[in-house]
Design a protein around this ligand. Structure first.
Ligand code: SAH
Length: 350
C-alpha cells in the first residue's frame, strides 16, 4: 500500500483517516495541531500521542520535512534566502523578506519549471516535478521555525508555475488559510502566473480572496511571444478577459507584473500600449527591473527609464509601484541560488 502524505490532508480528511484506523476524531485534531500549528517536524515530537499511535502513523503515512542546506542573508536589507532539501534529495529555494507591515515569504511551487520564460533562471533545466501541498507549506513552516517570527504574507512567486500544479496549489491554499492551522488571511496570499488561461478562470470560480498576479511583461502578442513561450498558446485578449473575469468573480484587484528589460519592453511606446491594455481593468502594476541572469544577455532598464515609465502610468491614473529589489546581493532572482547549488554539486561529483 502506498503511504499517504499526512500533512497534505485537510482536517476532515484526517478525521476520516483516523476512523479507518479505529481512532477517535479528536486524535485528528491533535495530529492536525501538531503539524499545522506547532509545526512539528516528526511524529516523535507529538508527545500527547501514545507511542503505539505514533508507530502506527509512521507505518501508514509519510511525513514530509525540509532540511535547510544553505541560508544566505542580505547585508543590505536582511532578506534571507533558503535552500531546502526535500525528502527525495531535490532542492528548492524560498525567500524571507522583512517589511514594515510584516514578514513575507516567497515560496516555490515546483522543482524547476517548464514554462521557458527567456529571462528566468528557474526554467533553464526544465521541470523536475511538482511540489506536494505539504512541501509548499513546509517552506513556510520551516522558515517560521528558523526565524522564530510569524509569517503574515505569502507569495507563490518562487520557482515553478503554480497553475501548472493546480490541484496541489488549491489544497495548499486551503491548508495555509485554515483557522485550525497558521490561519494566514487569504488576502495576504498572492499567486503569480505566467498566464495559463483555463486555470485562471477555474481559480476565479473558487471564490477565494487571494490576489492573482499576472506576469505580463509585454504589450503585444508578438513581443510577448519572444519573452514567454506561453504567449503562443494564449493571446493577450484571452488573458485580459480572464483577468476581468477573475475580478468579476472575486472583487479582487489584479496585479500585473511587468519586468523591465532594457531596450526590449521599456520604451515610451511600450508604456502607452501598457496603459491602453490595463486601463479598462481594476488593477495594480508592479514594475520589476529585470534581474540579469548569466545565461541570457538581457539587461535591466536604466534607472531614469524605469522612473519615466512609472511616471507615464501614474499620469494616466494607473496604480503603479516599482518592486523594491530585495536581496540583490544574495542571488535574489528566481532560481539563481538553486541553479548555482546544482552546478556546484555537479562539479564536485564530476
Ligand atoms: N511562474 C510564475 C511565478 C514565478 S516567477 C509566473 O510566471 O508568474 C515570479 C515573477 O518573477 C514573474 O513575474 C517572473 O516573470 C519574474 N521573473 C523571473 N525571472 C526574472 C528575472 N530574471 N528578472 C525579473 N523578473 C523575473
Amino acid at each position: 500500500m502506498e503511504k499517504i502524505d499526512i500533512k497534505s490532508l485537510t482536517l476532515e480528511e484526517l478525521k476520516a483517516e483516523m476512523q479507518t484506523i479505529s481512532q477517535k476524531p479528536f486524535r485528528a485534531v491533535q495530529l492536525y495541531e501538531w503539524m499545522h500549528k506547532k509545526l512539528a517536524r516528526s511524529f516523535d515530537e507529538m508527545s500527547n500521542l501514545s507511542k503505539e499511535l505514533r508507530e502506527q502513523c509512521k507505518e501508514r503515512y509519510t511525513f514530509t520535512a525540509l532540511q535547510a542546506i544553505q541560508v544566505q542573508e542580505s547585508k543590505i536589507d536582511g532578506t534571507k534566502k533558503y535552500l531546502f532539501e526535500l525528502s527525495d534529495g531535490n532542492v528548492v529555494e524560498s525567500v524571507w523578506m522583512k517589511y514594515k507591515h510584516g514578514n513575507s515569504v516567497c515560496i516555490s511551487s515546483q522543482v524547476g519549471c517548464r514554462m521557458g520564460c527567456r529571462f528566468c533562471a528557474s526554467t533553464l533545466d526544465g521541470l523536475e516535478r511538482s511540489l506536494l501541498p505539504s512541501e509548499m507549506l513546509d517552506q513556510i513552516y520551516e522558515i517560521t521555525r528558523l526565524t522564530g517570527e510569524r509569517v503574515s504574507n505569502v507569495v507563490v512567486m518562487g520557482t515553478g508555475e503554480p497553475m501548472d500544479n493546480y490541484d496541489n496549489l488549491l489544497k495548499f491554499i486551503r491548508l495555509l488559510t485554515d483557522e485550525n492551522g497558521l490561519n494566514i488571511s487569504q488576502r495576504n496570499l498572492t499567486v503569480s502566473t505566467c498566464g495559463l488561461v483555463p486555470q485562471m478562470r477555474k481559480l476565479a470560480e473558487e471564490q477565494l480572496q487571494i490576489t492573482l498576479a499576472l506576469s505580463l511583461h509585454a504589450t503585444t502578442n508578438e513581443k510577448r511571444r519572444k519573452l514567454m513561450p506561453i504567449a503562443n498558446k494564449y493571446s493577450l485578449d484571452e488573458l485580459m478577459e480572464a483577468c476581468a473575469y477573475y475580478f468579476d468573480k472575486t472583487g479582487r484587484r489584479i496585479t500585473f507584473e511587468y519586468s523591465l528589460v532594457g531596450g526590449v519592453n521599456d520604451t515610451d511606446e511600450d508604456a502607452r500600449e501598457l496603459i491602453a491594455l490595463v486601463r479598462p481593468l481594476n488593477c495594480h502594476v508592479n514594475l520589476i527591473p529585470v534581474n540579469p541572469i548569466a545565461e541570457r544577455d538581457y539587461v535591466e532598464s536604466a534607472k531614469e527609464q524605469v522612473q519615466a515609465f512609472k511616471n507615464k502610468l501614474e499620469k494616466n491614473k494607473i496604480n503603479v509601484t516599482i518592486r523594491r529589489e530585495m536581496g540583490r546581493d544574495i542571488d535574489g532572482a528566481c532560481g539563481q541560488l538553486r541553479r548555482r547549488h546544482k552546478l556546484e554539486s555537479g562539479l564536485k561529483e564530476g
